[in-house]
Ligand binder design. Structure first.
Ligand code: FAE
Length: 547
């Protein structure tokens, strides 16, 4: 697919300049003003958080993609919504004048309640690079289960705060395997285009891509992919490509070109704060309580629900416990957050009628990382945009789609780095461990071998063609594969199994799931466009029939 006229019909509709022109004035103005966020946010006092004893028509747990879609569409339908978010608001600059810290200098803002960083790529030249940090409600959670570390965003905007913004619609021929019970014609005709437009998705200008120093690493990736006969594709992103071009020209403050990724982008990226959540707030019907964590949802009188919420401080200590009554509750705490809540509430008797599919069908989207060592005459560049813009599509032949990812260290590394999404068939289950008092996930570390085998269909061939080898210094001492983690948790409350075909928890009228927990473990590409489009589909039905 070319960047100007993508093969995918959904993407063809979205030109990068058409985005600004084609969206509403609120969104357009907000997107253009991304770089002004710190000053603007500092001027606006935070509204009071939800009060103990409050009664709300709709409570949304979590402010990621699913929650933001639900809040906007409900508010537009005239319903008042309160969103509860366990992470911070991320609207106030720190002592350095910036809201977010840099990937190269992680500080107290980087990790969720850790005293040491846990970088996904945690070694360089065989040396560990993690460092001590003060314990704080930072932006990236590296949540550890037995066999896997699951990275998630924490704060108003959920994963959109930390992710790379790669906004990919699955190939239509793969959709039946992604969401088998959903009408593909509706998704590709209505909901994917709607999600892409609202998210502000665009593609890099291929002429600029071919000339800019900051994508030399990606051009090396393209050259190697094509010389081995693999399809190379440009990948859309929500980053403002015009802003990035101005970063390269030196006329605006750098973000992607300053290595900002993982711990937030101070400029350029259209996170949910600039898109869905800005529009939701502009309705005047949506309130958000940051640093509030939902711990229980249980039936109350009159068909309503009692929601127990802990307010926490920035060290994680609970400062208040609130009981709120809601007519309806949307679980949008992410695949892991929603699954953990539902499994615990079913097992401990708060919601015993949830069906036996709750907690099942969890997958890692087949994530696996690796690096390749290039020859000295094939440098990847000291200046690398932290926003990936292309990939290698070997899904049909080898079960792997590999993002050509940056290594934005600021120095020449002679490395090519990749995050592969693979067709890993393994699925895990969340369950309640009563003696430990926590929810566990039975993912097995060995299950990643399937992903490695699929990723090797690409990189063994490239190494053979180029006469190169794998890097062994990025994930430990002589360790090739980043196979201990995922960025893309999916499932745990799968659509049409744990819920009905629109996310209703049918045993409890008024309870809904509307996030990545609905998706059965794999989307064949990066997941947030699919999570957003599915939420658009489901909320439209719920508003039409339930409200
Ligand atoms: P999510 O965005 O995780 O939002 C859930 C929210 O609920 C979070 O803000 C939580 O803090 C909050 N929460 C959880 N529990 C509670 C509770 N009990 N009470 C109150 N609040 C709670 O869910 N995807 C792509 O498509 N493209 C990319 O380029 C990409 N890059 C990524 C890079 C990184 C480093 C990471 C971590 C993820 C990346 N992803 C990417 C994945 C993507 O961000 C993720 O699939 C979505 O954010 C999931 O959306 P949800 O709405 O399911």
């Amino acid at each position: 697919m070319s960047a100007r006229a993508p093969e995918n019909p959904v993407l063809r509709e979205i030109s990068r300049r058409g985005f600004i022109a084609g969206t509403g004035s609120v969104l357009g103005a907000t997107a253009l003003g991304v770089h002004a966020a710190p000053a603007r946010a500092a001027a606006a006092p935070a509204p009071a958080p939800i009060a103990d004893g409050a009664r709300v028509p709709v409570l949304v747990i979590g402010t990621g993609y699913g929650g933001s879609v639900a809040a906007l569409r409900l508010a537009q339908a005239g319903v008042d919504v309160h969103m509860v978010e366990m992470g911070m608001a991320w609207d106030t600059p720190g002592p350095d004048g910036k809201i977010f810290c840099n990937t190269r200098e992680p500080d107290y803002r980087s990790y969720w309640l850790r005293t040491r960083t846990k970088a996904p790529l945690n070694y360089f030249l065989g040396l560990p690079i993690d460092r001590d940090i003060p314990r704080h409600t930072g932006i990236l959670d590296a949540e550890e289960f037995g066999g896997i570390t699951v990275y998630q965003g924490r704060g108003v905007g959920g994963g959109s705060l930390v992710n790379g913004g790669m906004a990919v619609t699955p190939r239509r021929e793969n959709f039946g395997a992604v969401l088998p019970s959903v009408n593909a014609d509706e998704m590709y005709g209505v909901y994917y285009p709607r999600a892409n437009a609202e998210l502000g998705v665009g593609v890099v200008d291929p002429a600029w891509f071919d000339s800019t120093a900051c994508y030399q690493y990606a051009r090396v990736g393209r050259k190697h992919a094509q010389r081995s006969g693999f399809p190379f594709v440009f990948v859309p992103d929500v980053y403002d490509w015009d802003y990035m071009e101005r970063e390269a020209a030196g006329t605006v403050t750098r973000s992607a070109l300053a290595g900002e990724i993982l711990y937030g982008n101070n400029h350029g990226k259209r996170s949910l704060q600039q898109t869905y959540l800005a529009r939701a707030r502009a309705t005047g019907r949506v309130a958000i309580s940051p640093l509030h964590r939902v711990t229980s949802v249980a039936p109350a009188a009159g068909g309503r629900y009692t929601v127990v919420i802990e307010q926490i401080g920035t060290t994680g200590a609970v400062t208040a416990v609130k009981n709120v009554t809601a007519d309806r509750v949307f679980f949008a705490a992410g695949s892991v957050g929603t699954s953990k809540l539902l499994v615990r509430l079913k097992a401990t008797g708060a919601l015993p009628g949830l069906n036996g599919e709750v907690g099942r069908g969890w997958g890692d989207n087949g994530n696996v990382m690796c690096g390749r060592a290039n020859h000295m005459w094939d440098p990847t560049g000291a200046l690398q945009s932290a926003i990936p813009c292309c990939g290698i599509d070997n899904w049909a032949a080898g079960g792997a789609f590999a993002e050509v990812a940056p290594l934005p260290t600021g120095i020449e590394t002679y490395a090519s780095f990749y995050l592969s999404i693979t067709n890993n068939p393994n699925r895990a289950q969340f369950s309640w461990n009563a003696s430990a008092g926590k929810v566990e996930l039975n993912w097995q570390a060995a299950w990643k071998q399937a992903s490695i085998t699929m990723a090797k269909t690409i990189f063994d061939k490239i190494n053979s063609r180029e006469g190169t080898i794998y890097r062994t210094d990025l994930f430990g001492v002589y360790k090739i594969w980043g196979d201990h983690l995922t960025y893309h948790p999916l499932g745990g409350a799968v659509l049409n199994r744990a819920t009905d075909n629109y996310g209703r928890l049918t045993a409890y009228p008024g309870l809904y799931v509307i996030d990545g927990a609905l998706i059965p473990g794999n989307t064949t590409v990066n997941p947030f466009v699919t999570i957003t489009a599915l939420a658009e589909r489901n909320i439209e039905k719920i508003i039409a029939t339930d409200l």
